[in-house]
Design a protein around this ligand. Structure first.
Ligand SMILES: O=C(O)c1ccccc1NCC(=O)[C@H](O)[C@H](O)COP(=O)(O)O
Length: 216
């Protein structure tokens, strides 16, 4: 199985290079001012250039308006947009048409009921990103380091390939892959030493655990 591996919330060249050298297929940049992983579009542009030809650059936004998306897309030319807010199917359709870019729609999951809306995005998005529902009172819609019960994915046929996300780290990623058999996996806080600061050692450990599990 070819597993896509996305390291999200990158902010520096050394950690980006760790992700690229370790074999990440996707690198994610967060455009959400409240996040400790937020990057300015100009900084993301430089990182994106370093990743060009080696990994897909993903711009992660949350209920962004057209002007915000225009600024991000024109600054850094992402390969993919990840919509991590409450974007409706109509809004996702609009964004995909406006930019002509593949879109991953994030869904917040705690129980199998949370997978039901996936069908609404079937012909509209290109991928789903299944993230754990944020804890009550959390400031961020993602990057919270929380898992959900992966076994619910065994009994549910989803209409699109999906990235499994939420609380993954080097110690649990193999089990997550074994249980869910996702098309891709995504990690952020599980490869950080403190929120917003990626650890090169953890990035390498995560990538090698994920690649080994994908071969098993
Ligand atoms: O990571 C953030 O700070 C963030 C902020 C706002 C929207 C999305 C965000 N992250 C999106 C991601 O794709 C994360 O990798 C995903 O939520 C998993 O995070 P984690 O549980 O920390 O691995």
């Amino acid at each position: 199985m070819t597993l896509s591996i996305k390291i999200c919330g990158l902010k520096t060249l050394p950690t980006l290079n760790a992700a690229l050298d370790g074999g990440a297929s996707h690198v994610g940049f967060i455009f959400f001012p409240k996040s400790p992983r937020n990057v300015a579009p100009t900084d993301a542009a430089a990182l994106r250039e370093a990743a060009r030809g080696r990994a897909q650059a993903v711009a992660v936004t949350v209920d962004a308006d057209d002007a915000t998306l225009d600024a991000i897309v024109s600054a850094m030319s992402p390969d993919m947009l990840q919509l991590h807010g409450h974007e409706t199917p109509e809004r996702v359709k609009e964004i995909r048409a406006r930019f002509g870019l593949p879109v991953a729609k994030a869904l917040s999951v705690r129980t199998s009921d949370d997978l039901v809306p996936a069908r609404l995005y079937a012909d509209i998005a290109d991928h789903l990103l299944l993230d754990a529902k944020p804890p009550v009172g959390a400031d961020l819609p993602g990057g919270n380091g929380v898992t959900f019960d992966w076994t619910i994915l065994r009994d549910t046929a989803l209409p699109l390939p999906y990235f499994l996300s939420g609380g993954l780290h080097p110690g649990n990623v193999a089990e997550a892959i074994r249980i869910a058999r996702p098309a891709g996996i995504d990690v952020s806080s599980g490869v950080e030493s403190v929120p917003g600061t990626k650890s090169i050692g953890l990035v390498h450990a995560f990538l090698s655990a994920a690649r080994a599990a994908a071969k098993a």
